[in-house]
Ligand binder design. Structure first.
Ligand code: NOJ
Length: 752
């Protein structure tokens, strides 16, 4: 049963049927399948990794025998195309059936042109921009000899301790779904086989982000209702946008590893949504079904994964080792194997590897860092940065004669690249220090000071999971040098008219396997900021991080605060333009910023409670420091009281007038939130985003925004995947962020 229509309407997405993915020649698929031995079939479902010439040589032996159908190609940008061509030549000239290999890679936020991390991209609230960024990434990735990217991530970010929130589009299912679909369009265009496009992967299916305690690779608890309404929408949107593949997650919900979750992989993904691409596991996650206590042994792991609907095994080799005997014993049906192979072959055809098996090794040089790529990276960086506080210090006055730029991230190119930099290079990054030097008025002097190390915490050791203690090289700091840097930074601060502090967390402290228990600035940066604030000079803080940090003290100590994420190659020029007001800050938070570590997990769209006024802590409010959707500009907007009108011939409409009441042109993101006051089926959120509109207004200008109160706005998905709209009371908001606005009551008299 296909049920995508309502959800897709809710997302404002065209109703592309997954069946509309370019059809493939099924005769070719079936002919090939008919000629394959069982071992060759299993080979098509087995993915290896190559990084070095030695690995290419070893892989060649397997490819010659038809024992590998795919590789992760994470070799350097210079070597990738050559390695691809070498192995592809073996597949096409030495293997029996000459089936080309498909090469995958994690081009998550860029290949050579590194964009802001996905969480930063999401802060632009601009699907078209995300699509353009991913199209640039696709062009460079394909040129490097890669057919298939392991992106977009469709996981929902609710716990900032989890390092992988950096890779998400934030905490909202609606925003996330819109941006996941846009990413698929950017990667694949109309034809994923085109020379400037790649196949996309929706990952990690499903519920990986609900990891208990925010610890990566941990068990997950996802209720059937939140699975449907929070975790699945982005995947469904990505399927509808035509994604060729899905990656199953590392997690296990209710004890069932995602790689072996038949309900998710077969009933929902294929049965309900009609997905006809292929599913790849995550790295060794098939064999990890044993560690989860679900599969008794390697044979069970392979059988459970394949039976659940996981077609390709990444890195571990349980398929190759155990499927032949299981098939021989009749523990597995050969038809199941055939169907998985068909899906992979279709994927290869659609991704263009049969038509274009080889890559021109010079192609990447022709397209890498093209002017439009850098312009898009600059635009994306500027649009991703969120102004969180400003007492008027920004934009910087041209009259500031002396600026002290202080902090470990002022001039660190490598750290700007973020968690999945692709093959972005520090040498191509323009840091904030470099960009400010370019932008400063001639009369302004810039002092750049390091201040302190990102990870300078004194003597330090680290306990590994096996109980051994190792020293942390980051702690080996020359004390005399550290002291000198600190005092030199403070001296520069005292001389300055304005201090800009560039602080945050290392890029390696977000992303995979990078959970944090404390979400503060790392090392001695908090102390540095306190010392800078104590000078009494105006303090502008720029935070570079892969997640929301706890910025309560930082906000209190600063006159202006910008969240810059890890902004990619063009973060410096983007920041310089915003700091000087050449461009308005327009970013809006795609994730809540906690006031204290103890508040997490924290997200605006949490479920209702029986005692809504009593859910604070003894020692702290429940409110975040900065709510979802929040962000300032250099002008002010007034939102009028919302009202509802009911035209005779269509759904009711909520609308309001928004006015730019400030002195500069600017942009606001009018956000439309809904609460279903009583729901017979499950825990509805206190508020949920169901639309937004970005307005650019001149000073004094007003405009009306309106949002229809239709089925797409008011409905939800039940546990069986049906879209329901229940008559009764609703509340609606049109507001500049989730933490403000007066709810407007609305009564839906009859079902839509
Ligand atoms: C593990 C990660 O979880 C996944 O996101 C990535 O695509 C694969 N490794 C391949 O690198």
């Amino acid at each position: 049963m296909l049920r995508p229509a309502q959800l897709l309407l809710m997302l404002g997405l065209p109703l592309i049927s997954p069946a509309a993915i370019p059809p493939v020649d099924e005769t070719q698929v079936n002919d090939l399948l008919a000629r394959m031995t069982q071992a060759e079939k299993i080979g098509q479902l087995s993915q290896g990794v190559i990084n070095t010439p030695e690995e290419v040589a070893a892989a060649s032996l397997l490819v010659r025998e038809g024992r590998r159908g795919s590789f992760i190609l994470s070799a350097s940008a210079e070597q990738a195309a050559t390695f691809r061509n070498q192995l592809q030549k073996v597949a096409l000239e030495q293997s029996r059936l000459r089936v080309p290999l498909i090469f995958g890679y994690d081009a998550i936020h860029g290949y050579r042109t590194t964009f802001p991390i996905p969480l930063g991209l999401a802060a632009a609230w601009d699907a078209a921009l995300v699509e353009r960024a991913q199209a640039v990434s696709a062009r460079e990735t394909r040129a490097a000899g890669i057919d298939w990217t392991f992106a977009p991530m469709c996981d929902l970010a609710r716990d900032p301790r989890w390092g992988r929130v950096a890779e998400t589009f934030g905490e909202d299912p609606y925003l996330g779904a819109r941006l996941a679909a846009a990413s698929v369009r950017g990667f694949q265009g109309d034809n994923p086989a085109a020379p400037d496009r790649v196949a996309a992967t929706l990952k990690h299916y499903v519920g990986y982000s609900a990891t208990v305690g925010g610890r990566d690779y941990n068990a997950t608890d996802v209720t059937p209702f939140s699975l449907r309404n929070a975790h699945l929408p982005a995947f469904q949107a990505g399927v509808a946008a035509g994604a060729l593949s899905v990656m199953s997650g590392f997690n296990a919900t209710d004890g069932i590893p995602a790689v072996a979750d038949h309900h998710a992989l077969t009933n929902i993904l294929r049965g309900e949504w009609g997905f006809n691409g292929f599913v790849v596991s995550d790295w060794t996650s098939v064999e990890e079904a044993i560690a989860w206590g679900y599969a008794a042994d390697r044979a069970a792991a392979a059988r459970l994964a394949l039976t659940a609907g996981n077609d390709m095994e990444m890195v571990s080799t349980t398929f190759e080792e155990t499927l032949p005997a299981q098939l021989a014993r009749g523990d597995l049906s050969p038809a199941l194997l055939d169907e998985a192979v068909r899906r992979v072959l279709r994927g290869k055809l659609r991704a263009g590897v049969f038509a274009q098996p080889y890559t021109d090794p010079a192609a990447l040089d022709r397209v890498a860092l093209a002017p439009d790529a850098l312009a898009t990276a600059r635009e994306a960086a500027a649009r991703s940065i969120v102004l969180l506080k400003n007492n008027g210090t920004l934009p910087l006055a041209a009259t500031a004669r002396r600026i002290a730029l202080i902090g470990p991230l002022a001039d660190d190119a490598g750290e700007m690249l973020g968690t999945w930099p692709g093959h972005g290079r520090p040498g191509d990054v323009v840091t904030l220090a470099a960009a400010l030097r370019q932008r400063l008025p001639a009369s302004t002097r810039l002092d750049v000071e390091f201040g302190c190390e990102l990870l300078e915490t004194g003597p330090r050791t680290r306990a590994l999971t096996d109980g051994s203690i190792v020293s942390d090289p980051a702690a080996e700091v020359d004390a005399a040098k550290a002291k000198k840097r600190w005092s030199s930074a403070l001296a520069a601060a005292r001389r300055a008219d304005v201090i800009i502090a560039a602080v945050g967390e290392p890029r390696g402290w977000s992303g995979e396997n990078a959970s944090r228990a404390e979400l503060d600035l790392t090392g001695r940066q908090s102390g540095l900021l306190a010392a800078l604030a104590a000078t009494g000079k105006p303090l502008v803080v720029v935070v570079f991080s892969g997640r929301p940090l706890v910025l309560t003290n930082v906000a209190a100590q600063s006159q202006a605060l910008l969240q810059a994420w890890h902004p990619g190659l063009q973060g410096g020029p983007a920041l310089a333009a915003l700091l000087y007001g050449d461009q308005e800050p327009t970013g809006r938070l795609p994730i809540s910023f906690p006031r204290a570590n103890g508040q997490v997990p924290i997200y605006y769209n949490h479920a209702m409670t029986g005692r809504p006024t009593m859910v604070d802590y003894r020692d702290l409010t429940r409110a975040p420091l900065f709510p979802f959707g929040f962000g300032l500009g250099y002008t002010e907007f007034t939102y009028g009281a919302a009202e509802i009108s009911t035209p005779p011939d269509g759904p009711a409409v909520a609308r309001t007038i928004i006015t730019n009441t400030g002195k500069r042109p600017g942009q606001t993101v009018a956000q439309f939130y809904v609460r279903d006051v009583a729901c017979s089926v499950g825990a509805r959120p206190v508020q949920e985003l169901r639309g937004w509109e970005t307005l650019t207004l001149a000073p004094g200008e007003s405009r009306t925004v309106s949002f229809p109160l239709d089925s797409a706005a008011l409905g939800f998905t039940d546990r069986q995947g049906r879209w329901l709209v229940e008559p009764g009371d609703f509340q609606v908001w049109i507001a500049p962020h989730a933490g403000t606005g007066t709810p407007l009551p609305y009564r839906l008299e009859k079902a839509l």
